[in-house]
Each structure stands twice: as C-alpha cells, then as structure tokens.
Design a protein around this ligand. Sequence first.
Ligand code: FHN
Length: 577
Amino acid sequence: MAKRPTKRTQQSQDRRMKWWREARFGMFIHWGLYALPEGIWKGKEIPGIGEWIQKRANIPVSEYEKLAEQFNPVKFNAKEWVQVAKDAGMKYLTITSKHHDGFALFKSDASPYNIVDATPYGKDVIAELAKECQKADIKLCFYYSQKQDWHHPNGSGNTLDFDPNKQNFNQYMREKGLPQIKEILTQYGPIGMIWYDTPQDITTAQTKKFITAVYDSQPNCLVNGRAGHGLGDYQSMGDNLIPPARVEGDWETPATLNDTWGFKKNDPNWKPVDGLIKRLVDIVSKGGNYLLNVGPTAEGVIPKPSVTRLKKVGDWLKINGDAIYGASASPHPYELSWGAITTKGRKLYLNIWDWPKSTFTLYGLKNKVRKAYLLADKTRTPLEKQQTRDTSIDLDILTLKLPRKKPDKVVSVVVLEVTGEPEMDATLLQNADGRIQLEAHNGQIKSPKTGAQLTRGRFGTIENWLTTGHRVTWTVKVVTPGTYNVAVLTQTERNGKWEGGHKTKLTIGRAPLSATIKEQERRDNPKANADLLDVVSMLGQITINKPGTHDITLRMEKVIKTKGIGPKLRAIQLIPA
Ligand code: FHN
C-alpha cells in the first residue's frame, strides 16, 4: 500500500477512502492545447501519445505557446461532459488541470499561461465543471503534473528550451507548482483527489511538500500514488496495466479508450465494449479502481466513439452495478477462465463471460450457499443449486442450473448469498470447464544457486531466462484426468521483438513433454499495454492419469538468446483434447 507522509489511524483513513472504494469507476479527461494539433505538426503525423506532441515534435515553447491564441472550445459544455460520465456509471472525474506542457485549464494568478488569461475563450472550464459535478454528485478530481512543466524555465522535462543544469526545481515549486495546487484546492469547492504524475527524480522532501499542500487545503482530498516515493493514499498502476492477480491495499489502473490520452485525429484503435466491461470486472475482482480516459477535441467535444462505448458500459452497470460499486476483490486468489468474482459482505458476484449451456460449476467455495439468483432478475427467483464435496481430492463443488439464454450479451452476473464470510480453496484449481491455467506469476521458481537468476516482470511474466537449469513449478488441483493440448504463451518486447526456438520440457509426474517454442499466433493481452503481445505456441499433448494435487514443472533444455530476450513466460495453458 502507498504510504502517507502524515500518520492517520486506519479508521480515519478508511473514512477518507470510503467514497473512492465505493466508486470503483472514474472518468479521466486529458484536455489541453495539444488537442489543437490533433497529433499532426506541420503536416507530419507525430507518433506517440497526443499530449506529448510538444516534446515528440521538438516544438520550442515560443511556438507551442501560440496554440493558446487559437484555443477556443466553443462547443465545450460542462453539463454534457458530466452527463457522459454519469451515463457511463462513473462516479468521479479526474481532469488534467495542468499537464506536462504547463498550460492550466483554470484561472491562475501563479501563471498567466492559463485558459482564462491566454486564450480567446477566456472562461474557466474547471469552474463550470465543478458546478456540474456538484449537481450530478460526481467527485471532481484534478490531475496535476508536479515535476514536468515544459513551459516554466525551472520545471522539468523541456531540454530544448531550458538547460537542466541551470534549473532550480524548488524555485518552480515556489513560483508555480505549490501556488497552483493551492489555487485548484481553494477555487472550486471540495475536491476528491489530486492525481500527480511522472514524479521522475523528485526528492522525498519535495514530494512531501506537494502532498502536504493538498492536505493543508483540504484534509479529506486524496492523493494518488504517483506523488513519488511510494507516498500517497493509494497505489497507481502503470498506464493500461492490470495486475495479474489480487493486489492488497487500494489501487487504481489509469487507462485509455484508444491508444492516446490527449485527442489525436488518427487513433481509431478504440477498445470494444465487451473488453471495457471485462476490464472493469477484472480490476474490481482484484481489488482496484478503473480510471478510464477520454480526450476531447479542441472544440470541446468528447469523441463520439468514446461516448457510445461508455454509454454501453453504463447500460451494463445500470443492471449489474451491484457487482461493482463498493465491491471487493475475489476470495479466490487466481484468475478464472469463465469470468471473475467480486464480493460484498456475504454476497459473491459471479461475473460470467463464458456462459455455459445449462449447468455452471464452481469449484472451491467453502461456504454454504443460501440463495443463488441472476442479478438481472428483478424477482430474484432462486436458481436450482447443489453443493457436494469430493473428499477424495478435498474439493467443494457447487452446481447451478442456469437458463439457456444469458441475461447479458457480454457479462452476466449470478449472485450467491452465502453464510459467513466468503471463503475459497486457496490452491490453484482446474477450471470447471476443464481448462488448467498456469500463469507465470503463480509458478514457483527454482534456480541454480549461482549464475543469472530468473526475474519476475511487474505484470506477471518470468524473465531473464537466458540460461538452462531453472525450473518453474505449479501445484494444481486436477479434478478431471485426461489428455490435454498444451499451449505456452510468451510475451513480445515493446517493439514487437520476440525470440523462439527454445527447447522446453514440461513434466507431470513421470510423463515429460518435450517440444520447441515456435510462433503460431500473436494475441492481444488485455491486461497489458497494446504493444505487449502474447505469442502462442502449441507444444503437443500431455496426459494426467488421476485426479488430485499435481506438480507441473517447466524447464528449458535449450534457450536461444541471439536477441538477448529468451522466453518471457506469461502462461501455460492445458486445454482438454
Ligand atoms: O506522461 C503521462 C501521459 O501523458 C499521461 O498523462 C499518463 C496518464 O496516466 N501519465 C503519464 C505517463 O504515465
């Protein structure tokens, strides 16, 4: 969990975090001068995220700041924006009050480079948003780039105009950073959170000043985890990154609807609605919040593809919101192949995206189910259920009779009301549909005592597998013996580079399967940035003879490291043949 610079009791911290834990879903808005060029500078398409155009196209301040003279978002309508968030079922809105380019979307006495003083528009959009958010009961929160400021001679990040060796960041803090934090916390009523970003080489003392400035003005205002040095009220995950398993403490994934944050004309890579709903469910099932971004145009319009998608997520939440708002992580520490579980008190929500033909089976639930029903069913008609226990393998089995027709096209929710606190078998279990999913992050690594060690990537991979002699073992409870097709998933590098040809040996009991990793298919991994792909390689078949707990071990008998990558292991999948 992120640390706080001031000591608070758990109770008072719980009170401050309450609205945020209840909310689970928020809107991020990246809006500023960068919306004007739309990702194109002097006729040239500038690669990368739109709000970085000043840096990526090497635009000097003297040229970039002139954009302010054209910034006239005549179609901006605070009420409409807030309504988009409301219709999406979002409970908070975090807008870039000042991004790295240094331009403020609010009236500021600390710097004239702001929407009121520097643009023909001349109105304070933040003031208007604050009014509408209050009316709609949406928490208004501010993104503020505390370290990078490409417009101020003492802000970080602009090496084109300013010499970093001559900069004095403390002076920046005194002249602009801290006064602006005070302005945004005193001009617009109660603020939910300050969302700091890219702390870079900020010192602990400087970070503490930025945090204290928030708490001094508004003690109940939260601070996100990118304040720096692990401080803040909760942890911020990497952009678009969803952790592979439950994470303790409060955390949030900031993510985009397409690939950019600030508006770009040529970024049509919109995520499909089903992917957005599944991501939301997945994040909540691991204990986090989803902060999903829109990048309005320079005229002040939220792009239509964003609005239509968000509306559909909102339609889903209208029916299934109980499974999300105020919900906590799954009691089962592993991912499930059919969907994800969220909980609230003595209720479990089975968010199912692979709807079975008629019977749904859940392994490992230890509680007695008092009642099961579809969340979409207003009458809450009980579903037929049966709970048994297979003592030979120490497994609790729940079966539910489900209607043939799923209540929702994407994710349908079954509610289980149970006796006592939800409790599930903590072993890795075969999925009830027969699949056995061995995620790299769940595997135990055994390496030779000397020499290069395997490392764990931040988001679930096992890396640095450049020598032989290492083993990764999973202990899994198998329910249905049989023959399985084995797939291995390895991850590409950011630039798409990947290396194959490694000779693997997978062992279950005494039966080994030896094969070579070859690229057969590249697949999007919805839990990672779009540029990290899964490469699928089918290794062959393996037979598991009896039910019960088994160790499955993967070795590399030969690794190829010509490109210095080796196999970056993401998962092994055993699919019933
Ligand atoms: O550099 C920024 C980027 O422009 C964007 O604001 C994202 C949102 O999380 N944060 C930084 C990169 O992580």
